[in-house]
Design a protein around this ligand. Structure first.
Ligand SMILES: Cc1ncc(COP(=O)(O)O)c(C=O)c1O
Length: 529
């Protein structure tokens, strides 16, 4: 089939070449005859330049050099003069060649019959230059359209066959991923920070470094938290920080308090370590400290090593721990001798309400703090950190050395440059304002599309926790939603038990328009339950 099409296109091209020759010949003949009236010839050329090439009936114009036909993907650059007729399909009809051939014989353009030209009845007279030009125009247009159509067909042939999908066009809208969309990542800023890192500290950036992290970034973080650098350890993402902390502190059978619901990866990691988990309900203002106090005081002997708390815009619920509860929690930690693990990657992303002090700043000896640049800069950079009592940081630094010698100095040097230049503040502002819009869009769409859904609009962060009326089977909803091209994470993934009627919607990776469409799809899936 390829060969046949090529032959046809080659034939077309041959016709164009013949036509050019005929026009040139007529041009030469008539130029001599009509040398007395050059201005009328010029007019046709002017019209050709002024008259846009439309898709309507072929206009009697000669396209000037400014008119171009974009070569198809496989077309070579225009060549002058037109090549000999293609022998077979040598990579596509040379659309450009037809155009260039127009430029060449200006004689054709100057060969329009002047007022003295004879007008013979059509059919039995030789065609005039204008007629030939009109015909050439049509021929070129046809060739161009065919070429484009052919290239498109060929392109589709080369694409892998798409799997049959029941999903609507436009792809899946994901409320599942807790990651920023590309439009709110400062790629240019990161590129420049990388260049500065290699320029200003090529040795430190390319070396192994040490397990405590890139020293300049460590110092920058320490300064931010108002602590000595010895209290800081910079890791490959805060997930790595969590893993080190758990490896150091949590042994099989140890009691650990977690929020209910909580970040699914923490839950998994603690379970795999054999920790005995006590899941305490999360309320609108954070963990239920009264329930925790009851658990600790009821004589069952629960004595946690640590309590894992996500204080700001919690993952998955989006709730924030109130000031009163921060104090109560620290008081319980002090009374019962456990550490608070303050897991705080979203703290900078508040878009409404008042910021609250970290528990780290309230009791630095009782708190191990983790945060991350994943949510404010980008997750791919994989830079997070721990702040804690020096003995814990020292022990974890040894663990880190034995695990990977050192974290990525390249990533950390880039993050340092990004922070030191102030780009991080601009990035935070960009992310924060996008999140504010997206959270508002999500809340509005949910109220409109699924009025029975219950949720608290978060004051920051990435997530919204949605609870449907009792009996709503979110497991089934997830499948029905997937069929309609929308994804989310089920509530049950964030709990040891329960959560069957709840789901987490992450809005950081979707634009307001996608949110509208995604919620409409979700609502359709919900109504079909
Ligand atoms: C509460 C919490 N902790 C830790 C992490 C892991 O972050 P990182 O990308 O820094 O490893 C996440 C990521 O979603 C999170 O939500």
């Amino acid at each position: 089939m390829d060969r046949e099409i090529a032959t046809t296109l080659g034939e077309l091209e041959r016709k164009l070449v013949e036509l050019e020759r005929a026009l040139s010949a007529i041009g030469e003949r008539e130029q001599a005859a009509s040398a007395w009236e050059p201005s009328s010839a010029g007019r046709l050329v002017d019209e050709a330049v002024e008259t846009p090439r439309g898709d309507g009936p072929a206009a009697p114009v000669v396209p000037g050099p400014a008119t171009s036909v974009a070569p198809g993907p496989s077309a070579p650059p225009p060549s002058v003069p037109p090549p000999a007729p293609a022998a077979g399909y040598g990579g596509g009809y040379r659309a450009g060649s037809a155009i260039d051939s127009r430029r060449e014989p200006t004689a054709a353009a100057t060969s329009v019959p002047g007022p003295g030209a004879r007008h013979e009845p059509a059919g039995d007279r030789a065609p005039s230059a204008a007629e030939l030009l009109r015909f050439r125009e049509r021929l070129e247009r046809t060739a161009r359209e065919l070429t484009q159509e052919y290239d498109a067909l060929l392109g589709r042939l080369r694409e892998p066959a798409a799997a049959p999908s029941r999903q609507p066009a436009g792809g899946t809208i994901s409320f599942a991923r807790g990651a920023p969309s590309l439009d709110i990542v400062d790629v240019d800023g990161l590129r420049q920070a990388a260049a500065r890192a290699f320029d200003s500290d090529p040795g430190g950036t390319t070396a192994y470094g040490t397990s405590i992290g890139y020293p300049r970034l460590r110092a920058w973080i320490a300064d931010r938290h108002g602590v000595a650098p010895e209290r800081v350890l910079v890791t490959n993402g805060s997930m790595q920080a969590d893993a080190f902390l758990f490896e150091h502190l949590v042994h099989p059978g140890d009691d650990v308090v977690v929020e209910r619901p909580t970040y699914d990866r923490t839950l998994l990691s603690l379970r795999e370590r054999g920790a005995r988990l006590s899941a305490i309900d999360l309320l609108g203002d954070g963990i239920d400290t009264e329930a925790l106090a009851r658990l600790l005081g009821d004589g069952r002997g629960v004595r946690p090593r640590l309590a894992h708390i996500i204080p700001n815009f919690q993952n998955p619920a989006g709730h924030t721990l109130s000031m009163a509860k921060r104090r109560e929690l620290l008081a319980l930690a002090s009374q019962y001798g456990f550490l608070v693990f303050e897991d705080d990657p979203y703290v900078a992303l508040r878009f409404s309400g008042e910021s609250l002090p970290t528990m780290l700043s309230m009791d630095p000896e009782r708190v191990v703090y983790a945060s991350s640049f994943s949510k404010t800069v980008c997750p791919g950079i994989r830079v997070g950190y721990l702040v804690g009592p020096p003995d814990i940081i020292d022990a974890i630094a040894r663990l880190a050395t034995n695990t990977y010698i050192s974290p990525s100095m390249v990533s950390q040097a880039i993050v340092f440059e990004f922070c030191a230049s102030g780009a991080v503040e601009r990035s935070i502002e960009t992310v924060r304002s996008a999140l504010a819009q997206r959270a508002a869009a999500l809340a509005g769409a949910l109220r409109r599309e699924i009025p029975e859904a219950q949720f608290l609009t978060p004051e920051g962060g990435y997530f919204m926790w949605v609870t449907l009326p009792p009996g709503a089977d979110v497991d089934r909803l997830q499948k029905l939603a997937a069929d309609r091209g929308v994804s989310f994470v089920k509530g049950t993934d964030f709990m040891l038990d329960g959560g069957e009627s709840s789901l987490r919607l992450a809005y950081a990776g979707v634009t307001p328009a996608q949110i509208e469409e995604g919620v409409a799809r979700l609502a359709a899936a919900y109504r079909s339950l």
